[in-house]
Design a protein around this ligand. Structure first.
Ligand code: AMP
Ligand code: FE
Ligand code: FE
Ligand code: ZN
Length: 279
């Protein structure tokens, strides 16, 4: 079922395909009335998304999907309803942008030692100037150079966590990332726990300050959605939901439809009330 509230989406400012304005226009056309733009480790798309949202009668929820380390593993934490102009969060994201550049250079070094020479500029060419770099841009450059048949193939052979050129994120402690989200007046929701084995770490994430769990995500089965919503409630956490839309045709294992799944309006209202306590 499609939903008018979608709290997880990406633009070309990180690894999505559409511009922020085009993403918002598509959301409006698809019947989404509340949209959180949550690019990986950056807020640069928010002003353009906000202007487009005003034109289309969509409510824009400023957001960011932070890559964090928790209990030795990589997780994604959504910062929702954040103040996009908050200085502390902006500083953190600036340093993460530099970390992402170093990480891409390290990945390219590993590939070179395996006989695959991809220049940094080729990866940069797959992104936009003001955006941040990630493994999907390396994947696109690998495809363009004929070293992978698809994005999934590039992840399976080179970029995934068990593949030959994998480089983990430079460390950002989950508690530090969550504190920056709170400082900016937002709530922190653990993204797609069904993909990242969030089950095992939910309790310790609560100690790190977590507010919510993204129970509703396209990679979760109906059973998993119910499971994570139940665990969240038992732990005193709220629930969020969104499509994790990266663009038309960009599957990455995710749905291709904005608002599917989405966030029940009551759960969104609870997230807003919680965010108000951080102001
Ligand atoms: P990064 O933030 O640079 O580590 O890149 C992570 C992003 O890559 C995720 O948010 C997805 O958009 C994408 N991704 C992760 N795993 C895969 C995969 N197996 N196939 C395709 N895309 C993936
Ligand atoms: Fe992504
Ligand atoms: Fe994610
Ligand atoms: Zn995402």
């Amino acid at each position: 079922m499609q939903h008018p509230v979608d709290l997880h989406s990406h633009t070309r400012c990180s690894d999505g395909i559409l511009s922020p304005a085009d993403l918002v226009a598509k959301a409006a056309a698809d019947g989404v009335t509340v949209l959180a733009v949550t690019d990986h480790d950056t807020l640069v798309g928010i002003p353009e998304a906000r202007a487009a949202a005003a034109r289309h009668g969509v409510r824009l929820v400023p957001g960011v999907e932070l890559s964090v380390t928790h209990a030795g593993h990589d997780f994604h934490v959504l910062g929702l309803i954040v103040d996009p102009d908050h200085a502390e969060l902006a500083r953190l994201l600036e340093s993460r942008r530099d970390d992402r550049v170093s990480r891409v250079r390290e990945i390219l070094g590993k590939l070179r030692r395996q006989g695959i020479d991809i220049p940094f500029e080729a990866v940069e060419g797959e992104s936009v100037d003001e955006g941040v770099l990630g493994r999907p841009h390396v994947a696109r450059a690998l495809m363009a150079a004929g070293h992978a048949s698809s994005i999934d193939d590039a992840f399976a052979r080179y970029l995934g966590s068990k593949a030959a050129a994998y480089v983990p994120y430079p460390r950002l402690n989950s508690a530090d990332g969550i504190a920056a989200i709170h400082a900016a007046g937002g709530v922190a929701s653990l993204a797609h726990p069904g993909i990242d084995d969030g089950d095992a770490v939910l309790e310790s994430f609560v100690e790190a300050g977590l507010d919510s769990v993204e129970a509703y995500h396209p990679a979760h089965s109906a059973v998993e959605q119910g499971h994570f919503a139940g665990r969240a409630r038992r732990l005193g956490l709220l629930v969020s939901g969104g499509s994790d839309f990266h663009g038309p045709g960009a599957s990455e294992g995710h749905a291709l439809v904005l608002g599917r799944p989405g966030c029940p309006p009551d759960d969104f209202a609870a997230l807003e009330a919680k965010a108000a306590t951080y102001r």
